[in-house]
Write a protein that binds this ligand. Sequence first.
Ligand code: F6R
Length: 240
Amino acid sequence: MEVRIFNTADEIAVACADIFSELIIKKPECVLGLATGASPVKTYNELIKRYNNGKLSFKEVKTFNLDEYCDLPRDDKNSYYTFMHENLFNSVDIKEENVHILDGNAADADAEAKAFDAAIDKAGGIDIQLLGIGTNGHIGFNEPCDTFSDGTFKVKLTDSTIKSNSIYFENDSMPRYALTMGINSIMKAKKIVLIATGDAKADAIKATIDGEVTPNCPASILQKHPDAILLIDKAAAKLL
Ligand code: F6R
């Protein structure tokens, strides 16, 4: 696991966009694993800037998103479908047919999860997976638990995640379940890049880097990945 520490979130965004740009230029038909939340927003802005400057094209790029809430309409302002379109897809030349976001309203969640993993395999696997990290050490919506998950699955969100993400929802309307790539789906990515900024992530980052590999801190599994890079600011690194 490689750890790079930066002064600002803007510097992280440039470094992260550099990693993605290099791949997209070298392999225009690459497969990207993407994340939502606050952490990747500046990176997406940086990628849009490079697209607008004619330095990047997403014409052949395929994407798979980590997760999606259950029981939330796809066009809800808080769905990850909406988030990805507002923060990246609507501003670049990606083809909608190449965008894959789990259907959190699928009648058969297991079938939806299996089809998603199969689509990743069919696309040739994920070249780079982008991750944020929860204050409880979750990646995707793989919450702390007793065993590492395998493929994509339906998960009950923990109180910690509900507390962190409720700020986006009115009147306690945040969904309690989500579909998420499993730990094994994430670990199959050829390269993984995790972004963390701010004091609130310091405990999780310490446990991820210096702690034992345990499903109690799902991100700690990244210690076992052959090509995982953590891009973090000084606040998130303060306990290292
Ligand atoms: C989002 C996701 C989550 C977030 C994490 C951090 O697709 O899978 O694991 O990456 O909750 O969220 P932020 O970046 O908002 O602090």
